[in-house]
Design a protein around this ligand. Structure first.
Ligand code: PGA
Ligand code: ZN
Length: 433
């Protein structure tokens, strides 16, 4: 059949941090060739699927991916040639079995995911559909509200801010294109404010500014100031989302706000801190407010704050249905961050989304801090229909590529496109006010 897989190739390319990653090329019998590139995180959850690195200190400080490239071409390719790319679940199952480990550490989750994504793209091309329509069906027409990371700290920057990400959420915009404008104009207003105050305007890994602020809280104040300066109403037009990535400052059983010199806090102390912020700033979503091992703390936090804001789990769930199921049973969040490379195949990522959805939870399709120009997650967000994406600031082309793809999708859908608060955000306090 002309649409079966004829060949599979892998290249070692660089990600947005200049570290090696994989680009996979799939060619079908028909001659159609597509490719997909794999992202890479910095503040990774402990239970993520394993990104295979060469460990050869003579190349890229050991971060080369030639072994993963070889695994694609020598081990995976022979098993997939001749298969129909629309058999995504079957192809992903074959790769999981071939790997044989629980965390994809033998072949590498980077090798497996790259193939999985490229296969999805090849299938879409084979059936003549855009990727979002192939993966999401005829109902895929909801554009996501972006969580745009405009101030960075933690592991994504070298500054005095402990919390990793302060994001703007243009939830009051009428369309995705307008949401992007609200976010970009707020980003530009923030640049002017930072300059005026004598702060640096260099950006971190996801394109947000990374100034040496006096405290974590000052970030919220500056964002509100920027939203107002850009002519928007804080909370109504543009809200705030946080990803402290608290595992990265969880030291010996406590939360150590060392960078900002704010001392140590207990789990309950952190939740109190967030409560005081929620009461003062238009916060709509909090991701990884506690460490990935702090399951009891997360349950208490969800009980305390989950009626008012979205509580998102990232490092604790790692897009893995086993951990998400535990979170649902123990009520440790009300939403999940979804990152394809945390679990390593498209099929398992869809399973994670389905599980979140079946529990009535929200979900946010996300980039990694190390990205490429690949726009897979833009289509994936529309296909899954959860109405939320997190893909960085209003600068750096690896982030903007996703936004530009979403603009393209919104335009292609025309009047059929849908934009607005998904259920997960409709139940937040801000939406009800
Ligand atoms: P990472 O950061 O890609 O470095 O893990 C993103 C996040 O924590 O959400
Ligand atoms: Zn996160």
């Amino acid at each position: 059949m002309s649409r079966t897989i004829a060949s599979l190739r892998a290249d070692e390319i660089l990600d947005s941090r200049g570290n090696p990653t994989l680009r996979i090329h799939v060619t079908l019998e028909s001659g159609v060739t597509v490719s997909a590139s794999v992202p890479s995180g910095a503040s990774t959850g402990e239970n993520e699927a394993v990104e295979l690195r060469d460990g050869d200190s003579g190349r890229y400080g050991g971060k080369g991916v030639r072994t993963a490239v070889a695994n694609v071409e020598r081990e995976i390719a022979p098993r997939l040639i001749g298969l129909d790319p629309t058999s995504q679940a079957e192809i992903d199952r074959v790769m999981i079995a071939l790997d044989g480990t629980p965390n994809k550490s033998r072949l590498g989750a980077n090798a497996i995911l790259g193939v999985s994504m490229a296969v999805a793209r090849a299938a879409a091309a084979a059936v003549g559909l855009p990727l979002y329509a192939y993966l999401g069906g005829a109902g895929a027409r909801r554009l996501p509200i972006p969580q745009m990371n405009i101030l960075n700290g933690g592991k994504h920057a070298d500054n005095s801010v402990d919390f990793q990400e302060f994001m703007v959420v243009p939830l009051g915009a009428p369309t995705f294109a307008e949401a992007l404008r609200y976010g970009a104009e707020t980003f530009h207003a923030l640049a002017r404010i930072l300059k005026r105050k004598g702060y640096a305007t260099a950006v971190g890994d996801e394109g947000g500014f990374a100034p040496d602020l006096g405290s974590n809280e000052e970030a919220c104040e500056l964002i509100v100031e920027a939203v107002l300066a850009a002519g928007f109403a804080p909370g109504r037009d543009v809200a705030i989302a946080l990803d402290p990535a608290a595992s990265s400052f969880f030291v010996e059983g406590g939360y150590d706000l060392a960078r900002s010199k704010q001392g140590r806090k207990t789990s309950a102390g952190m939740t109190e801190l967030y409560r005081s912020w929620i009461d003062r700033y238009p916060i709509v979503s909090l991701e990884d407010g506690l460490a990935e091992t702090d399951w009891d703390g997360f349950a208490a936090q969800t009980a305390a704050l989950g009626g008012d804001i979205q509580i998102v789990g990232d490092d604790n769930f790692v897009t893995n249905t086993a951990f998400i199921a535990r979170g649902i049973a123990e009520r440790t969040a009300n939403a999940v961050l979804i990152k394809l490379n945390q679990i390593g195949t498209v099929t398992e990522t869809i399973d994670a989304v389905d599980l979140a959805r079946s529990a009535g939870w929200g979900f946010v399709i996300s980039h990694r801090s190390g990205e490429t120009e690949d726009t897979f997650i833009a289509d994936f967000a529309v296909a899954m229909g959860g109405g939320q994406i997190k893909t960085g600031s209003a600068c750096r082309s690896e982030r903007i590529a996703k936004y530009n793809r979403l603009l393209e999708i919104e335009r292609a859908l025309g009047k059929a496109s849908v934009f607005g608060l998904p259920a997960a955000l409709r139940r937040t306090r801000l939406a009800k006010e």
